[in-house]
Design a protein around this ligand. Structure first.
Ligand code: KG4
Ligand code: ZN
Length: 365
């Protein structure tokens, strides 16, 4: 049992309650999370106000509009999270916010709010990496033990990593171009489907023929587990161009063929990623918005069954962006002995997971 789990399982009552804020993309979220010994008692509230409807007409997130909307609702979202958790700014022990990576405007709104609340209420503050939030979520939900092999697939990121412990992350492979979610979003746009593209494609793919269009699985002979989605995207564009008067069945067939190709590509590389791990972990974890994809979950679950691995994926709500995962990352960091951040901690639009360790020790650029 790793030491964080030992602390959680030691039977003591809750000692840490964190108010967390997430505003790195198009969801304004605030949550209160505690270090209860079992997962079902940890999330005291998790309020998520999505801007999806606002950005839908643009087919993607418009950073300026996102920042303004975060600013408009952040106070209410924080208030609601505290109210639902039956807590106040006086009763929480720490205030955390996503410091990056993400869209700078939104990140600043969350960081400034969290820092101001921490300062005014004499509470410690912790700057959290958004990707660390995603990658520790399976522990929030299911107490998955370290080490594990992680597949993190979201709208802005795609990577395979070996997770040895809190702050001990080794990237095994990543995307050479688009993130998987980005590819789903762009193909959805080509098909005239609603943003975000992932759920739209998943929905219509259920009625589609996944063998109708030919695709080549990218980078099969390449050593390592990097992925690429741009060729699949271009092939999809060419397939769509062959269709005259595109109908719903055509769209469903394109969506199904595209989705299957992406998933086949990812699962082949997942096997390679496993070969590259040092610890040969028994646990395989998927996280990030794309981890909500049912076909991907099924495909990875099948590999795990074949290979006798334990498979974990967060509940659907906790796959996409939310503040509970940020609060949980703060708790994990505290239990692992990391100190709170300084109040002048920087907002970091780019922040690789391999550079997380130094974030809470001291203020860094
Ligand atoms: O993690 P997330 O909520 O935000 C980022 O940090 O990027 O991920 C959002 C991405 C979007 O690109 C969205 O299309 C994709 O996750 N997504 C999905 C599904 N649900 C969300 N992709 C495929 N299938 C889904 N069911
Ligand atoms: Zn995310």
């Amino acid at each position: 049992m790793d030491s964080n789990r030992e602390k959680l399982a030691s039977g003591r009552t809750v000692i840490v309650k964190v108010l967390a804020i997430e505003s790195s993309c198009d969801e304004t979220s605030a949550a209160v999370v505690c270090d209860a010994a079992t997962p079902d008692g940890r999330i005291l509230s998790n309020v998520i106000k999505s801007q999806i409807a606002i950005h839908a007409e643009f087919g993607g997130v418009v950073p300026e509009i996102a920042a303004r909307n975060h600013m408009d609702v952040i106070d209410v979202v924080v208030e609601e999270a505290l109210e639902k958790a039956n807590e106040t700014l006086k009763t929480v022990d720490l205030i955390a916010a996503t410091a990056g990576p993400g869209l700078i405007g939104g990140l600043l709104v969350g960081m400034v709010t969290a820092k101001a609340l921490a300062l005014m209420n004499g509470k410690p503050f912790m700057a959290i990496n958004h990707l660390e939030g995603h990658l520790l979520t399976p522990r929030l939900c299911y107490d998955v033990e370290f080490p594990y092999l992680l597949l993190l697939a979201s709208g802005g990121h795609f990577l395979f990593a070996e997770i040895f412990g809190v702050g001990k992350y080794e990237v095994l492979g990543k995307t050479l171009d688009d993130a998987a979610g980005e590819a789903f979003d762009k193909v959805a746009r080509m098909l005239g489907l609603a943003y975000p593209g992932g759920p739209s494609i998943q929905k219509i793919a259920k009625n589609g023929d996944s063998s109708r269009f030919d695709y080549t699985i990218p980078m099969q002979r390449r050593i390592g587990c990097d992925v690429s989605f741009s060729g699949i995207k271009t092939a999809t564009k060419l397939h769509i161009a062959t269709l005259k008067n595109i109908c719903d069945q055509d769209r469903a067939d394109v969506a199904a063929s595209f989705q299957l190709t992406v998933i086949t590509h990812i699962t082949k590389k997942l096997r390679k990623a496993y070969q590259m791990t040092k610890s040969k972990p028994k646990n395989i974890v998927i996280a990030g918005g794309v981890a909500a994809n049912e076909a991907l979950r099924e495909a990875v679950a099948k590999i795990c069954e074949q290979e006798n691995f334990n498979f974990s994926a967060p509940s659907l709500e906790l796959c996409s962006d939310n503040a509970a995962m940020i609060g949980w990352a703060a708790i994990e960091r505290m239990l692992a002995g990391f100190k709170p951040s300084k109040l002048d901690a920087k907002t970091r639009p780019r922040w690789p997971i391999t550079e997380i360790d130094d974030s809470t020790e001291s203020n860094i650029e």
